[in-house]
Ligand binder design. Structure first.
Ligand SMILES: CC(C)(COP(=O)(O)OP(=O)(O)OC[C@H]1O[C@@H](n2cnc3c(N)ncnc32)[C@H](O)[C@@H]1OP(=O)(O)O)[C@@H](O)C(=O)NCCC(=O)NCCS
Length: 179
């Protein structure tokens, strides 16, 4: 039986401490970076890829909620061109991709808890964000990931195609989808 989850707007969920902890647990469990020199660097990492989106762009954040109230996954995103907005200036690769981010300004970060993957939750999260980003006027959406990552296949299945690469060996790939 497929695992069910409702895709909810972050702003419409009653954000209990348990749910907040659930989002963080999925974030840290899914990230490739597992060890941090200091607590401060651990929190800065969280803020870079998750916290600032929840703070600055909560209308483009979504939670996949299980019937028992647990979080199965999340998507955070923004619709502004990140190469043109100072709030993303700390992410170096956006300068390299600035021609592409103009065409595909919306971007997202998402993770689904390991035990709930492969049930279409990721696909439904992407579709919710794509619909809202389009309604907000974004012409396209992108993600940046590692060229060899397993998630490239997921994004390809969801309409994203490689539009650029950067890094000494082309290891970062810009995957884009027209909205
Ligand atoms: C990528 C991810 C968000 C997709 O969510 P999902 O709910 O599993 O996605 P769906 O069920 O809609 O789609 C299934 C597809 O996801 C991909 N997928 C499944 N498990 C995966 C994993 N551990 N890592 C990356 N991609 C995975 C596969 O392409 C799969 O399709 P296939 O079964 O035909 O190969 C989720 O697998 C995940 O969180 N992975 C680990 C972290 C990650 O890569 N996040 C994205 C950072 S850019």
């Amino acid at each position: 039986m497929p695992i069910t989850a409702d895709i909810c707007r972050y702003l419409e969920v009653d954000l209990t401490p348990e749910i907040a902890r659930g989002i963080d647990a999925i974030f840290y469990e899914s990230s490739n970076t597992k060890s941090f020199e200091t607590e401060r660097s651990r929190l800065a990492f969280r803020d870079r890829w998750l916290g600032r989106y929840l703070r600055n762009d909560p209308e483009f954040a979504y939670l996949a909620m299980r019937p028992d109230g647990a979080v199965a996954g999340y998507l955070v995103g923004a619709v502004d061109d990140p190469a043109a907005h100072s709030r993303f200036a700390d992410i170096g690769f956006y300068a390299d991709f600035s021609l592409r981010t103009k065409q595909f300004p919306a971007h997202l970060h998402m993770n689904v808890a390991a035990q709930f993957r492969d049930n279409g939750i990721g696909r439904r999260l992407v579709e919710r964000f794509a619909t809202d980003a389009k309604a907000h006027g974004a012409a396209g959406v992108h993600v940046v990931t590692s060229a060899g990552a397993q998630n490239v296949r997921f994004y390809n299945q969801n309409g994203f195609e490689e539009a650029a690469r950067t890094g000494p060996a082309g290891e970062l790939v810009f995957l884009a989808r027209v909205l």
